[in-house]
Design a protein around this ligand. Structure first.
Ligand code: OOB
Length: 504
């Protein structure tokens, strides 16, 4: 058992087993079963390369035997700041990366990581390894390795992060297998499903909602694309007759625009899932007529809880809500600032407990005290309203995170780095509304001497290894910040000030 992992209390674990949520199987068994059932069926398509179930299963076994230990998961957009933190926190021994991805050399990044995270021993590179080890060469005759315990941690996902740097989310085989397979069932996935993994597969949504794992679990085919842009994705949809995919709202908008002029045949597409940030009803309405497929709204979180609209939901619920919980035994509470439940239909913070929602972050006891109630409910930080049907409408957020088109920007992390700039006396990052992204990053700065420009600040942040999606889209220099009675920066007023300055 991994230390630093908060398991479910025994009475809950017993209950989830008795109710059939946890089946005592590992994620690896998902693949193995399909490899036995349909060995010659195509499991994964990557460029021109097609892998059967037998080949993927065999390669996984050889790699596993060669590796012994798993590495770490990060998003391709993450840079030195995030990765050094994650490498130290996870205690990862191995870092697996591409050689060059979308113009960024990940081997240079690996050098920094090796220097800054002492427990890291090895870097495996997919492609040209330079001084590192080629991933393709990690291969050994499969040994009957002792399988992991299904109640143990299978992988560490990343939190959008509410304070400071991202936190690690321990997901067990039992809970994540349920997450993927129940989602696949809800979405009607089967062996004829061809799922396009358009979003980065280290993210919960394309990984297991139902995503890659859900598709492989029912014997379907996963199609990989280098980027989610219509230029890359549309030809693949046509060539591979893709039936389902998942996008964040800004990408859905981009696809809708591109569908107007594309020559690609998108008629195979049956389902478009959209989630990660609030989808506007105006955009939702266009999906059916303009892309010729069904829309599903997904309101999920790496910490667990998933809400889906159902295929047979009436149109107003499909277009205007973010769905309802996946599991019958997801326990939801919608509470006011006093932590008491609001009246039915009222808006409050969503708290959740259930068979696939974590009870604590990985090695972060301090963060846990704020993020979980004493009786084990996760505080999502999302403000929601529940309709009589059980469907949720996401109304906003109580936590300090900017949702930039699905990318979660941890405000405090960026502010701390801004404060390190010599021309910055004080800094606050606020979200301002944006038609395409939903929200954009605006850095409010009180200067020390000559006011810094956005270019200077962004060069400073990039130099510190911050991911591009966290950089301020706008910088506003002020003499003072509005503050609360307690002296904290009043973010709501600050955001209003910025909005006024945009229109004035
Ligand atoms: C997904 O997961 P995370 O962990 O990157 O972010 C979770 C947060 C939620 O707490 C909420 O604030 C926001 O992202 N969110 C939405 C949303 N879906 C997620 N806000 C409004 N409408 C939605 N449909 O983002 C995620 C995980 C699994 C499936 C889908 C999304």
């Amino acid at each position: 058992m991994l230390d630093g992992f908060t398991a479910w209390p025994p009475e809950f674990a017993d209950r989830y087993r008795a109710l059939g949520y946890w089946r005592g199987r590992t994620l690896g068994s998902l693949l193995r079963e399909r490899a036995l059932a349909t060995p010659e069926h195509t499991a994964v398509v990557d460029g021109r390369h097609r892998w059967t179930y037998l080949e993927v299963d065999d390669r996984a076994d050889r790699l596993a035997t060669g590796l012994h230990r798993r590495g770490m998961l990060a998003l391709p957009a993450h840079r030195e700041t995030e990765l050094v933190h994650l490498a130290r926190l996870s205690g990862a021994r191995t870092y697996i990366a591409p050689d060059v991805h979308l113009g960024h050399d990940h081997r240079a990044l690996a050098r920094t990581l090796l220097a800054e995270a002492p427990q890291l021993r090895e870097v495996l590179v997919a492609g040209e390894p330079q001084e590192f080890t080629a991933l393709a060469g990690v291969d050994a005759d499969p040994l009957p390795l002792a399988g992991p315990d299904p109640s143990d941690v299978a992988l560490l996902l990343l939190s959008g992060g509410t304070t400071g740097a991202p936190k690690l989310i321990p997901r067990t085989h039992d809970d994540y297998l349920y997450n993927a397979t129940a989602s696949a069932q809800l979405c009607g996935f089967d062996a004829s499903t061809r799922y396009l993994a358009a979003l980065p597969v280290a993210h919960n949504f394309p990984l297991a909602c139902p995503g890659l794992l859900g598709t492989l679990g029912v014997g379907g085919t996963v199609v990989l694309t280098p980027t989610p842009s219509p230029d890359d994705a549309f030809p693949l949809i046509e060539r591979e007759r893709v039936t389902a995919t998942a996008l964040v709202p800004p990408l859905a908008l981009l696809w809708l625009e591109a569908a107007g002029w594309t020559r690609a045949d998108l008629s195979s597409l049956e389902l478009l899932q959209v989630g990660g940030a609030r989808l506007k009803p105006e955009t939702a309405k266009r999906v059916g007529p303009e892309l010729g497929c069904a829309l599903q709204q997904v309101f999920g979180m790496a910490e667990g809880l998933l809400n889906y609209t159902r295929p047979d939901d009436p149109e107003d619920l499909l277009l205007e809500t973010q769905g309802r919980p996946l599991a019958e035994h997801d326990e939801l509470r919608i509470v006011g600032p006093d932590d008491r439940e609001v009246a039915p239909g009222g808006t409050g913070e969503l708290l959740v407990r259930g068979p696939y929602t974590i009870r604590g972050y990985y090695r972060a006891p301090e963060a846990d005290r704020g993020a979980f109630t004493p009786d084990g409910f996760y505080r999502s930080g999302d403000l929601v309203r529940r309709l009589p049907s059980g469907h949720l409408v996401v109304e906003g957020r109580v936590k300090d995170v900017i949702n930039r088109g699905g990318d979660k920007v941890p405000v405090e992390e960026v502010e701390n780095l801004l404060l390190a700039h010599p021309a910055v006396h004080d800094a606050a990052l606020v979200g301002v509304p944006d038609d395409v992204l939903g929200e954009r990053n605006c850095a409010c700065v009180i200067a020390q001497g000559a006011a810094p420009t956005r270019a200077e600040l962004n060069a400073h942040l990039t130099g510190r290894g911050l991911a591009a999606f966290k950089l301020p889209d706008r910088v506003v220099v002020l003499d003072a910040f509005p503050r609360t009675a307690l002296g904290k920066v009043n973010r709501r007023e600050l955001a209003a000030l910025v909005r006024e300055s945009e229109h004035g």
